[in-house]
Write a protein that binds this ligand. Sequence first.
Ligand SMILES: Nc1ccn([C@@H]2O[C@H](COP(=O)(O)OP(=O)(O)OP(=O)(O)O)[C@@H](O)[C@H]2O)c(=O)n1
Ligand SMILES: C[C@](O)(CO)[C@H](O)COP(=O)(O)O
Length: 217
Amino acid sequence: MTVAALIPAAGSGTRLGRGPKAFVEVAGQSLLARSVAALAPHVGEVLVALPAGMDLPAGLRARAISGGETRQESVLRLLEATSAGIVLVHDAARPFLPAGVVGALLSAVAETGAATAALPVADTLVRGEGGQWQGAVPREGLWAVQTPQAFARGELLRAHRAACEQGYAATDDAGLIAWQGGAVTLVPGDPRLFKVTAPGDLALAHAVARLWDAGER
Ligand SMILES: Nc1ccn([C@@H]2O[C@H](COP(=O)(O)OP(=O)(O)OP(=O)(O)O)[C@@H](O)[C@H]2O)c(=O)n1
Ligand SMILES: C[C@](O)(CO)[C@H](O)COP(=O)(O)O
């Protein structure tokens, strides 16, 4: 069955404050280029959702479409632009993707039809309001969801279309499958798969890039 990588990269990077985030460079390579390079060896095609009016950086072996107003809309557009049987949906903002995580996801999705990279929560979690501690949130059994997420394309497309019709919004794609009552397998992710979101993440990304680009992956 063919596999496609679907990379939502149309976000404006508001929290980072450096413009369209996928085009921000870390150690000479954009977040988008790094994400495409990590996925390309595992898939038959790479599709990227870009901000309207923007083009792929030169040399990137991928097909670009215009993204939507939300991440969810961008992913739906990517799903409708491919006929691959299996899709790997991956945030361009998570540039350091170990090959082992991709392999584990592709094995898991063959079993259950939906799988996501995730890490068990290791920090104490607290609900805070106005900068004040309101109450601890038990962390037992909690996972922090990363990407890639792997799906049988038809199943995810049906979930997205149902969410669109019913006005349901989720912050990721596996959540749409779960909303529809589908099973989702949790696959061990990697701390280096963090999402570049706020300015402090760039310093971490530069530190990881030094090891990553030296071959420690
Ligand atoms: N309309 C959108 C919004 C987000 N994304 C993508 O979804 C991923 C995760 O989103 P996030 O980290 O929130 O990126 P931004 O939306 O750019 O960040 P912000 O919320 O700070 O604006 C990113 O690769 C982003 O480019 C997208 O393709 N289309
Ligand atoms: C999809 C995701 O990366 C899983 O953790 C996350 O939900 C994206 O959130 P964002 O606010 O769109 O960055």
